[in-house]
Design a protein around this ligand. Structure first.
Ligand code: TFG
Ligand code: ZN
Length: 340
């Protein structure tokens, strides 16, 4: 059993998004119940700290941070049609980013082997210039910048399996060869970015990898994408830290999208990435929650992922033959990748 740390805090629930908004506090209440289970009694728990202005400013412009800070003085702010904030949102967003930094530091220092950050608001759509798509600060980008700034890592792999493309994260590192951004996502879909031809620019050319998936894609397509493309390319990059934008909205029961992953698939995807982390990064891997809106599917999928973090051998390790579904997906993938 590995030592896995969990970041979860009741103050994340003080980010109120309003009635009928899918990104709601109950998402973390169900995870709180999951981690109260007997089998999680010996999981390390971390209490988050606030991210500092300096840490946030490594990713976000001054006016962006100031605008989110100002939202704390009002009951309700709308950064865009989908991105509301309440009086508690600034604190929650700073705890999400700061807590994730702390957890990454604990992993880098060898205090724990890996971790899961059950945070909200999510982060991967937030740009340098402002909040977007339910996201206030880009948690995963802030952590990657922090690891590089402290010299805790020199090459960071960010894998984003949320069903939506992480435009903000991609843009943060588009010209940077120290951070590889690799994303699977439904495409075309919200937010519109993430075409396969978006591969990075300048020094960062080849360090952005988009694996767009058509509506209806499922476990076979994802396994093929990970096994045939993402994992081999990630190994060659040879990261010394692996961060995962772990959204669970590609689950077949999720109401926001049309990807058909099973619950177990999240265990397999986690296992594929713990393999990369074990081989390249001394096992250092941190999962950060992004989306996932069907509460039972979210709970079960997080359970599968954390089970693999703690005991990677509970799932297959991408050995053996692909299923017929997976073989068809591999052929489709090879033909689309042959075109670029
Ligand atoms: C549905 C009802 C009320 C408000 C918004 C809404 C909605 C459904 N699907 C979307 C896609 N929207 C609004 C626009 N949009 C988004 O902003 C996101 S971001 C949906 C899921 C997002 C995410 C994140 F950021 F939360 F992690 O990637 O899962
Ligand atoms: Zn999403």
């Amino acid at each position: 059993m590995r030592s896995t740390a969990l970041l979860l805090d009741p103050r994340f629930r003080n980010h109120h998004t309003g009635p009928r908004h899918p990104e709601r506090p109950e998402r973390l209440e169900v995870l709180d119940l999951l981690f109260a289970a007997e089998r999680y009694r010996d999981l390390e728990r971390m209490t988050p700290r606030l991210a500092t202005q300096e840490e946030l400013r490594r990713v976000h412009e001054h006016d962006h941070v100031a605008a989110v800070a100002a939202s704390a003085d009002r009951p309700r702010t709308h950064f865009d049609a989908d991105t509301p904030a309440s009086a508690g949102s600034f604190e929650a967003a700073r705890l999400a980013a700061g807590g994730a930094i702390e957890l990454a530091q604990a992993i880098a220092a060898g205090e724990v082997e890996n971790g899961f950050a059950a945070v909200r608001p999510p982060g991967h759509h937030a740009e340098a210039s402002g909040p977007m798509g339910f996201c206030l600060f880009n948690n995963v980008a802030v952590v990657a910048r922090d690891l590089l700034a402290r010299g805790s890592a020199h090459r960071v792999l960010i894998v984003d399996w949320d069903v939506h493309h992480g435009n903000g994260t991609q843009h943060s590192f588009y010209q940077d060869d120290r951070v590889m951004y690799a994303s699977t996502h439904q495409y075309p879909f919200y937010p519109g970015t993430g075409a396969a031809h978006e591969v990075g620019k300048g020094a960062g050319a080849g360090f952005t990898m988009n694996l767009p998936m058509p509506a209806g894609a499922g476990d076979g397509e994802y396994y093929a994408a990970f096994r045939e493309v993402l994992v081999p390319v990630a190994r060659r990059f040879d990261p010394d830290f692996v961060l995962v934008s772990a959204g669970f909205d590609a689950h077949r029961d999720d109401p926001l999208a049309s990807i058909e992953l099973s619950t177990g698939a999240f265990g397999h995807l986690t296992a594929a990435l713990t393999d990369v982390a074990d081989e390249c990064a001394g096992g250092r891997i941190l999962l950060l929650l992004e989306g996932g809106y069907e509460l039972a599917a979210l709970t079960a999928s997080v359970d599968a992922s954390v089970a693999v973090l703690r005991e990677p051998h509970v799932f297959d390790r991408f050995e053996g033959e692909l299923t017929p579904d997976g073989q068809r997906a591999r052929e489709a993938l090879n033909s689309s990748w042959g075109k670029i």
